[in-house]
Design a protein around this ligand. Structure first.
Ligand SMILES: *Cc1c(COP(=O)(O)O)cnc(C)c1O
Length: 400
């Protein structure tokens, strides 16, 4: 670690993050080089963002080529590369329409507005309530923290926006109990990320579609973290038998460049007509050129199958690790390369020890350590991660 000779430390950045005393100057694939020349193995990928690794040559080429042509024109004009990306997304998913944003929060904001406008245009002006699940994370805007139902996210920012109702997670009957004529939509993460890599039971997911249809409510999935191949399917919901009306994505789609999308069926998107919603930067040519390059890779032959194979390898390893260390580890959860290791000790304790072994991990709620490596991480890098993790556990146990 390099905390003692940080030459650029100042007080000007607002301290909304407790940052580790590490900083990087270069990234290549699944490796980050610190200012001291230490090579860290990155099992967090910028929180599921750098899905094709750092400084991927394919993405560099896409960025360079587009940057020599055109950066920004605004959405006052047609943007061919934006249309090309939208077409690629609709060709390969449930969606008929795409709205481009710059972040996960904005994609959720679009989803909420889209659902409300859909009901409004049907003349159902009271049908505004959106059901969400306990433990959810949908971003940091007022509607996103109101949707989460989390007092931790909301504290000091009250009043919460009205129209969100938070229901208990994983309770098979909660939706049936809480849904009603004024339910506009149900918003959920098929696998909660920040909430601690918690999978919504498949049975519940399957049933939610029918319940929404019965009440004329739209079904919105937040796949900002779980989407773009993270679980070994393009969307995590594809493990279920159902399709949503709206899906919010971000993180992985830009491979490190800020971008997000709100994907929707023709029907669900029908309310967002000219002038009802917008974004200055959303769908900008640089972002879309990179998004296209990311999609081309993730949708290429065998890519997702490989994510499943590598995810299984890592999950098997972690399950063995838990069984051998039940005093400090609790369980493993998640799918593909979106895995969580629930600890009996403080999760940050393990993460801080991992820094000393040049291994980057990410914390989540419920005392979980997240594994979200680049989807194209090499087999020998995964093996190296397991070797480092074994050493981390050994050290943690020594001082426990
Ligand atoms: C990260 C995340 C968001 C928020 O995305 P930002 O780009 O930080 O605004 C929303 N939902 C989920 C599930 C996320 O993981």
């Amino acid at each position: 670690m390099s905390g003692n000779n940080y030459k650029f430390a100042n007080n000007s950045v607002l301290k909304t993050y407790n940052r580790a005393p590490i900083w990087f100057t270069k990234g290549r694939g699944s490796w980050l080089e610190s200012v001291d020349g230490d090579l860290y193995l990155d099992m967090g990928a910028g929180i599921a963002v750098n899905c094709l690794g750092h400084s991927n040559p394919i993405l560099i080429d896409a960025l360079n080529a587009q940057s020599n042509l055109l950066w920004h024109t605004s959405n006052l004009y047609n943007i061919p590369v934006q249309e090309e990306l939208a077409l690629k997304l609709t060709d390969n998913t449930f969606a008929d329409k795409v709205f481009f944003t710059n972040s996960g929060t904005e994609s959720i904001e679009c989803a909420v507005k889209m659902a409300r406008k859909y009901q409004f245009d049907k003349g159902l002006k009271k049908k505004t309530e959106i059901l969400t699940f306990h433990g959810a994370f949908h971003g940091r805007s007022m509607s996103a923290i109101s949707a989460s139902g989390s007092s931790k996210l909301m504290k000091g920012f009250e009043p919460a926006l009205p129209g969100f109702k938070n229901i208990s997670f994983g309770d098979l009957d909660a939706i049936d109990r809480e849904i009603g004529d004024n339910t506009c939509a149900v918003l959920l993460e098929p696998i909660q990320g920040e909430g601690g890599i918690k999978e919504l039971p498949m049975e519940l997911l399957n049933k939610t579609r029918a319940t929404c249809d019965k009440f004329g409510a739209l079904l919105i999935f937040d796949e900002v973290q779980s989407g773009i191949g993270r679980t070994g399917k393009f969307f995590a919901y594809e493990f279920s038998k159902i399709e949503p009306d709206i899906v919010a994505i971000a993180k992985g789609i830009g491979g490190g460049f800020p971008m997000g999308c709100c994907l929707a069926s023709e029907k669900a998107s029908s309310g967002l007509t000219a002038g009802t919603h917008g974004s200055t930067f959303g769908g900008n040519p640089l972002a879309c050129a990179i998004g296209l390059a990311v999609l081309k890779e993730v949708l290429s032959d065998g890519f997702l199958k490989d994510v499943i194979r590598k995810g299984k390898y890592l999950k098997d390893f972690l399950e063995n690790l838990v069984n051998e260390n039940l005093d400090i580890l609790h369980s493993v959860r998640g799918k593909g390369l979106m895995l969580g290791l629930k600890c009996n000790i403080q999760n940050t304790y393990l993460i801080e020890e991992a820094y000393k072994h040049l291994l980057l991990l990410v914390p989540a709620s419920e005392n979980v350590v997240r594994f979200l490596p680049a989807l194209n991480i090499a087999d020998d890098e995964l093996v190296e991660a397991t070797t480092r993790l074994k050493r981390v556990i050994y050290e943690v146990k020594k001082y426990k």
